[in-house]
Write a protein that binds this ligand. Sequence first.
Ligand SMILES: *[C@@H]1O[C@H](CO)[C@@H](O)[C@H](O)[C@H]1NC(C)=O
Ligand SMILES: *[C@@H]1O[C@H](CO)[C@@H](O)[C@H](O)[C@H]1NC(C)=O
Ligand SMILES: *[C@@H]1O[C@H](CO)[C@@H](O)[C@H](O)[C@H]1NC(C)=O
Length: 334
Amino acid sequence: MDITQQFVLLLLGALTVKESFGYMRACYYTNWSQFLPSSSRFLPGRIPPQLCTHLIFAYADIRATNITPTEFNDIEMYNRINRLKRDRPNLQVILAVGGWAAGGERFNRLVSSEASMLQFARNLVVFLRRHNLDGVNIDWQYPTSRPRGSGPGDRLRYTRLLQCTGWQCLDSKQSWALGFNSAETPFLYQGVLDFAFLMAYDLHGQWEDPSSGALHHAPLDPEVRTFVEGWIESGFPARKLALAVSGFGRSFTLTSEPEGNGLGQEVTGGGAPGPFSRDQGLLDYAEVCRNLEEGNWTRVWLQNEGVPIAFGNTSRGWQWVGYDDPQSLELKVI
Ligand SMILES: *[C@@H]1O[C@H](CO)[C@@H](O)[C@H](O)[C@H]1NC(C)=O
Ligand SMILES: *[C@@H]1O[C@H](CO)[C@@H](O)[C@H](O)[C@H]1NC(C)=O
Ligand SMILES: *[C@@H]1O[C@H](CO)[C@@H](O)[C@H](O)[C@H]1NC(C)=O
């Protein structure tokens, strides 16, 4: 499987429920994967068409009440992705709107009045239809998050926004898939959504106080399991839940050689950037594999957490990365 940072797989959160109609396998395709250097460059033609039931294009932006492309060639990318339907006619192409980089302010403004939400819903429908897109993923990171400029009142306003973009504000019932990304427990809108992606990664990383030490960013136990069970216990239909898993690891530089698995061991900060992903504190899956194959790195399975880590000695000191591989992904989704 070709999993990279740029190609995040979302697998149905079937920790407890298996549905007879089959799994939703949503794949994120990001606008920046086309600009990566050499072998990491990833164009829509490289997406194995049978792998995904849903392809999510990330990200479109919001300007006032309009949806706007982010890159000069986004429209061309929508078309390229739509062409994959030749081999997979049931593929759903979903536009993700917002994302981390978009920030929260444009969402705050959008939900500030019923009129702007209604206008946004209308504009959205036109945009989706014009570009033959099958649905939208409203990705506000995150309503009610104080550090991101949102307050408790945004919970209800976000619900209303999802209702509007669903169809409830519009004259006629339109049909398209509607979903959102969440890093916390459900709000009230389950009746409106066709799917919810649970962002069950980036739970730890270099942004935390270094005194926390080296931690895995997506441990099945206890964090991811508790998170998924919380959603299901709250009454959210399991068949609409997709567990978002990442194709990258979060890395640290340790102050000394790891003892055992190195978990919780002292760090100086984020790990050295990978040669392709070029981001401090992050290594994509292909980079971790390369280190294991060629860099004399050691993989250790964390039995209690249900995920692997890898470490190795480099010219930048001892590097430690927590990531997902086929073994942990299988545990997470089955
Ligand atoms: C991709 O979209 C994001 C919005 O999430 C934007 O910030 C970014 O500039 C776009 N392009 C690249 C190359 O990252
Ligand atoms: C490879 O790593 C192991 C464990 O960290 C170490 O014992 C060994 O000396 C290393 N070998 C080389 C050639 O660096
Ligand atoms: C780790 O690598 C550094 C240089 O890159 C070297 O000086 C040191 O001896 C290595 N430590 C071990 C335990 O291999």
